[in-house]
Design a protein around this ligand. Structure first.
Ligand SMILES: Cc1cc2nc3c(=O)[nH]c(=O)nc-3n(C[C@H](O)[C@H](O)[C@H](O)COP(=O)(O)OP(=O)(O)OC[C@H]3O[C@@H](n4cnc5c(N)ncnc54)[C@H](O)[C@@H]3O)c2cc1C
Length: 447
C-alpha cells in the first residue's frame, strides 16, 4: 500500500482483514492525508484540530460504517438537515419519512425569494424523473438555468451547496456530480441528509484507530517513508511479476494517492500516467476562529454565511466546534479558494473576523488562524477524467489505484475515498484468488 489517507487505510484494512500481509507506506508522519489532525499554535495555547473543517452527511454510508467498525462511532452526532444563514435563509427537514421530509422542508423554507419553493421542487422532481442524470458536459449553472431556478435561490442555496460539495464554482462544476450528491442526500431516505458532526478531531475518527487495527492484524505501517519509484520485477518463468519498493518485493501494490502524486510516481517508474495527469487541484481554506471559552459570542451549531468577496466577506460556512483546550473554536470554510490567490492571509483573517461580527455580534475572535490546503480536492468539472481502480490493469499488472478521484460518480469526498479503497482491495483480492493465492477473499461492498 502506498498512501495512508482514508482511501489507503480502507484498502489496507480490507486486505489485512482478508489475511493479506500488508505494508503501508506514507510520506507524512501521521496518517489521514487530506483529512487529518493538526496541531495549531494559537494565542490561547496549542490545540489539536482538523487540517480543514469537513462536513460528513448521512449518505456517507461506507465512511460512517468504517468509523463505527473501528469503534469511533460514539464520536459522531447526527442532526436532521437544517440550513440557515444570517441573511434570513431557513430550511429544515423534520424527522418525517422520505420524501415527506424534503417536501416539508421546501414548503416551509424562508428567505429564498419569490417562486423559490416551487422551483426547488421542480428541480428535485425533474432530476428524479431523469434518473438523477444531467446532460453530457453540463455545468451546474447550466442545469440550474435549465430548471428555471430564480437568482436568489441560486445565490443563497444552490451555489453554496455546489461550492461546498464540489469545491468548484457553479459555472465550471459538473452537473452530473451535483445531481449524484442531491440523489444520495436530499433525494434519498431522511437519514441520508443528516448532518453528522464530530466531537473530536478527524484523526480520532478513522486514521488513528485504523492504524491501531492494522498493527493488531500484523500489518507494517511505514510512516515518513515517501515512495519515489516502483520497479516491476518480472522474468521468472511460471512466477507472477512482483513490484519492488525500496528493498522489498510485493505481489500487488495499491497506489492510494491524490492523482497528481500518483501521476508523478508512475512517470518516475516508467509507467505513462495518461489521463491521471489531467486532474487539476483546487484549494480550500479553513479559518479557525478562537475566543476565550468564557468570552465567545452565541454561535449556531453550523450556518451558511453570506459570502461577498468584494467586501472581504470570504466565509461560506461556519461550524461551531465547542470548547477545545480553553478556547471556543469555530471553523469557517472557504471553498473554491483559488479565487483568493494573491489575497494576503492577514486580509482574509480580518475579513472573516468582520464577517462573524456582522453575522453574530459579540466580541471579535482573539485570533483567526488560516489553514490553506493548496491541493484540497480535484476541480470537479464535467471534463475531468473518469477512471476506475483497475485503470492500469493492461499496462501495469498488479498495480491498483485508490483515492477520492476513483469513484467517478462523485466529487472528492471522504466517502469516495473509502469506497474506492474498498473497491481496489476487492479487485486485488479477486486477482490474487484467480492466481490461487491463499486468504484472498474479497469483502462485500455496497455500490
Ligand atoms: C480543507 C479540506 C476540506 C475538505 N472538506 C471535505 C468535506 O467537507 N467533506 C468531504 O467528504 N471531503 C472533504 N475534503 C476532501 C477529503 O479530505 C478527501 O477527499 C479525502 O481525504 C481524500 O483521501 P485519499 O485517501 O483519497 O487521499 P489523501 O488523503 O490525499 O491520501 C494520500 C496519502 O498519500 C500520501 N502520499 C502522497 N505521495 C506519497 C508518496 N510518494 N509516497 C508515500 N505516500 C505518499 C500522503 O501523505 C497522504 O497521506 C476536504 C479536503 C480538504 C483538504
Amino acid at each position: 500500500m502506498v498512501g495512508a489517507g482514508w482511501a489507503g487505510l480502507a484498502a489496507a484494512l480490507a486486505l489485512a482483514e482478508a489475511g493479506g500481509k500488508v505494508t503501508l507506506f506514507d510520506a507524512a508522519p501521521t496518517p489521514g492525508g487530506r483529512a487529518r489532525t493538526v496541531a495549531l499554535e494559537t494565542p490561547l495555547g496549542r490545540i489539536s484540530i482538523d487540517n480543514g473543517q469537513h462536513l460528513i452527511v448521512g449518505a456517507y454510508r461506507e465512511a460512517i460504517g468504517l468509523i463505527e467498525r473501528l469503534g469511533a462511532g460514539h464520536l459522531l452526532r447526527r442532526h436532521p438537515l437544517s440550513l440557515s444563514s444570517p441573511a434570513g435563509l431557513s430550511l429544515r427537514a423534520p424527522r418525517l419519512p422520505a420524501p415527506l421530509h424534503l417536501g416539508w422542508a421546501a414548503l416551509t423554507a424562508r428567505g429564498l425569494g419569490p417562486g423559490a419553493r416551487g422551483a426547488m421542487l421542480r428541480l428535485m422532481l425533474g432530476l428524479r424523473l431523469a434518473g438523477w442524470r444531467a446532460r453530457d458536459g453540463e455545468t451546474v449553472a447550466q442545469l440550474l438555468a435549465r430548471f428555471g431556478q430564480p437568482g436568489p435561490l441560486v445565490d443563497r442555496l444552490w451555489a453554496p451547496l455546489c461550492i461546498g460539495a464540489l469545491n468548484t464554482m457553479p459555472g465550471e462544476a459538473c452537473a452530473a456530480a451535483f445531481a449524484a450528491v442531491l440523489r444520495d442526500t436530499l433525494g434519498a431516505d431522511r437519514a441520508a441528509s443528516d448532518f453528522v458532526g464530530a466531537e473530536a478531531p478527524l484523526g480520532s475518527l478513522l486514521p488513528e484507530p485504523a492504524l491501531d487495527r492494522l498493527r493488531a492484524l500484523g500489518a507494517e505501517p511505514r510512516l515518513r517513508e515517501p515512495v519515489r519509484r516502483l520497479a516491476l520485477r518480472s522474468g521468472n518463468p511460471g512466477l507472477p511479476d512482483r513490484w519492488r519498493i525500496g528493498d522489498a518485493d510485493f505481489d500487488a501494490v495499491v497506489l492510494a494517492l491524490p492523482p497528481w502524486s500518483a501521476a508523478r510516481l508512475l512517470e518516475a517508474s516508467g509507467v505513462p500516467a495518461g489521463p491521471i495527469a489531467r486532474f487539476e487541484p483546487e484549494p480550500i481554506a479553513t479559518a479557525w476562529a478562537l475566543w476565550p471559552a468564557d468570552a465567545a459570542p452565541a454561535l449556531p451549531r453550523w450556518s451558511l454565511l453570506d459570502e461577498e468577496p468584494a467586501r472581504d466577506r470570504y466565509g461560506q460556512w461556519l461550524f461551531d466546534r465547542g470548547t477545545v483546550a480553553q478556547a471556543r473554536l469555530a471553523g469557517i470554510v472557504i471553498s473554491a479558494a483559488s479565487r483568493l490567490d494573491g489575497v494576503a492571509a492577514e486580509r482574509i483573517a480580518a475579513g472573516v473576523s468582520a464577517q462573524l461580527a456582522d453575522a453574530f455580534g459579540g466580541p471579535p475572535p482573539a485570533a483567526v488562524k488560516l489553514v490553506t490546503e493548496r491541493r484540497a480536492t480535484f476541480r470537479c468539472t464535467p471534463g475531468r477524467p473518469r477512471l476506475r481502480p483497475d485503470h492500469l490493469r493492461g499496462q501495469a499488472p498488479g498495480l491498483w489505484l485508490a483515492g477520492d478521484w476513483l469513484w467517478p460518480d462523485y466529487p472528492a469526498t471522504l466517502e469516495a475515498a473509502v469506497r474506492s479503497g474498498g473497491e481496489a482491495a476487492n479487485m486485488a483480492l479477486a486477482a490474487a484468488a484467480a492466481t490461487g493465492a491463499p486468504n484472498a477473499t474479497p469483502r462485500k461492498q455496497t455500490r
